[in-house]
Design a protein. Sequence first.
Length: 319
Amino acid sequence: MSVKTIVEADQVVRGRRTKRPKRVNVAAELARIPLYLWAVVVLIPFWWMIIAAFKTVPELMKNPPTFFPENPSADSFYDPEYQGPGGDPDPDHVAGVFQRWEDVAGGFFRFALNSFGITVVVTVLSLLIASLAAYMLTKTAAPGRRTAFVVIISSMMIPWQVSLIPNYLLTSDLGMTDSYLGYIIPGLAKAFVVFFLVQYLRSIPDDLVHAARVDGASEWRIWWQIILPLLRPALAAMAIFVALGEWNNFLWPLIIIRSDELMNLPVALSNLNNAIVSSPGQMGVAMAASLLATLPTVVFFFLFQKHFIKGIALSGIKA
């Protein structure tokens, strides 16, 4: 028997001796059962939304309802047998998501583009403004910075619904109602983001900023070339919360917008849901539109899940 064979056999024997069976923590597994049940309860509405989007109108009207589509169909998205407003009405065929809003150029895609563009612009600009404000509050000797920070913190204690009427009156006086500016400008002030970035910046040594000032760098250059790169993890985490909030923004666009061309997805879905009251067969179309509006947020969450979890962890940073 060779030396190599003896060594390998010895390693196998030692591995068997050191290998122990994994202990199953029964109490921990039992404690997870309520979480699994709660997850099922939470997912049931999403499952109903998905199956209703692929049901036919007769199946949607069936009682008791089915929890799996008997004849899956994409008619809720586009129904080729729909005759249009001037055709013979058929209760089994209604206009799909992509066949509605014929008076709006692009229809459903126009609303999706509005939501996407406004979300991107508000997210980028609000993060830049918040990072600049956090830099001025933590790394400069600006007069009144402590008072300004207290005012920002205090504004977080006021429900945002209280500011709806003043914001509308101010926006109306500035002539920004029914415009993209009315969407964007009021959404740029994010007190929570400023507060979050202030706590994050306080953990960064002031020596970096002092060294840059000694080298002759201006405050704008310090903010752009030093502070923003250091804030990248915090900005990525906050971008998720801001983007999801703007994508699902409903009440302010409902108040500020009058023309159909400027509606975002939540407002368009609200108008679509109103049709269910007069015609329950429209529910499949509403579910299909809701599914299309939900998919970007789901994909966005899974792509940036690591930053989302990091944002929750960073929120516990101490000053």
